[in-house]
Design a protein around this ligand. Structure first.
Ligand SMILES: NC(=O)c1ccc[n+]([C@@H]2O[C@H](COP(=O)([O-])OP(=O)(O)OC[C@H]3O[C@@H](n4cnc5c(N)ncnc54)[C@H](OP(=O)(O)O)[C@@H]3O)[C@@H](O)[C@H]2O)c1
Length: 309
């Protein structure tokens, strides 16, 4: 494939799509040539994303026409991607941010910190969910030491529900409120259980802030450990990971809003047997768009941080 790589973005009007426009344009090896939105067709991309320098306009993707780009990001609602996949070049790099391919054969799942080797040269990548990213950041390094199924309590900002109006992004419903939903069987519960090879319980909530996720995972440890021992395991697991920071404090949402990295903070009970691992991610960035760029970098052989510094 040539460089710069031409990029088509399907679902460009959405919250995730907007972040992708900005990140694609900041990436030295990418050139956005196709930004698809039915609602904004004909309008300048710069109206939605002021950082856009060129004169690109949103278009409606012709359902019959091939998608002629080296790289295609699919940031569509769940369940719609297949028709678009069929119209991409076989050798194009596709990154699907929806749930559609998270269990699909032939697609590489991209929790970048763990899956980097498998992503190299991949042409079909399924980007993890936002909560799923937070859960995996919090749990992946410590799996071998767990004696019980982790329970994960998550709170997301309401941009996690996308731009289509629902109770989960209704400012009136959310004001002075915390909204629980799907207390069992949320998609991300199955996604994380599958990709960690460790069943987890997941209790999602949505709150009145716009962006960010706070995730608290608790589990029993097989043998007593000190906080320092646990921190060392996490720091060593993420030593080569520029976008996961193991911090000494407990993480807060406001510190990762608009940031490409996740933060992980740890606590161990006084008997050394109860672990609490907290993670925070910006659901639109490390939980979606910036992890998609990390995965693109891994697939195309760039430094993981290319375009994200
Ligand atoms: N929001 C998050 O925190 C987050 C995090 C990780 C992953 N994701 C996933 O990323 C995807 C996008 O999420 P989002 O929050 O950006 O959603 P969103 O704000 O609702 O945006 C959806 C996008 O898809 C387009 N679209 C909607 N229905 C369509 C249809 N029938 N045909 C073609 N285009 C259609 C919309 O533009 P037009 O209506 O103008 O065409 C819009 O650009 C979802 O699959 C979501 O699960 C979201």
């Amino acid at each position: 494939m040539p460089s710069p790589y031409t990029v088509a973005l399907i679902g460009a009007r959405g919250y995730v799509g907007r972040e992708l426009i900005r990140l694609i344009e900041a990436h030295p090896a990418l050139e956005l040539v196709h930004a698809a939105s039915r609602g904004l067709a004909g309008r300048p991309v710069a109206e939605l994303t002021p950082t856009h320098q060129g004169g690109l306009r949103f278009v409606t993707t012709d359902p019959e026409a091939p998608i002629d780009a080296d790289v295609v990001f699919l940031a569509l609602p769940n369940g719609l991607s297949e028709a678009y996949v069929a119209r991409c070049r076989p050798e194009a790099l596709l990154i699907d941010l929806s749930t559609d391919h998270r269990f699909a054969p032939g697609w590489v799942y991209g929790f970048t910190e763990r899956d980097h080797p498998a992503l190299r040269g991949a042409r079909r990548i399924s980007n993890p969910g936002c909560y799923a990213t937070a859960m995996q950041c919090a749990l992946w390094p410590i799996l071998d030491h767990l004696a019980s199924r982790p329970v994960c309590f998550g709170v997301s900002g309401y941009s996690g529900a996308g731009t289509r109006p629902t109770p989960k992004n209704d400012p009136k419903r959310l004001a002075d409120n915390l909204l629980p939903y799907h207390p069992a069987g949320h998609f991300h519960e199955g996604e994380v259980s599958h990709h960690l090879g460790q069943p987890v319980r997941f209790l999602p909530h949505v709150a009145a802030f716009f962006r960010g996720i706070h995730l608290t995972a608790t589990a029993r440890l097989k043998a007593p450990m000190t906080l320092e021992q646990v921190q060392e395991i996490y720091k060593s697991a993420y030593a080569q990971a520029p976008f996961v920071r193991v911090i000494d404090e407990l993480p807060e949402v406001k510190n990762i809003a608009h940031q490409n990295h996740a933060e992980v903070g740890l606590h161990v009970s006084s008997d050394g047997l109860e672990l609490t691992a907290m993670s925070t991610v910006d659901n639109l960035l490390k939980g979606a768009a910036s992890q998609a760029i990390q995965n693109l970098n891994a697939a195309l052989g760039f430094d993981q941080a290319e375009g994200l510094r």
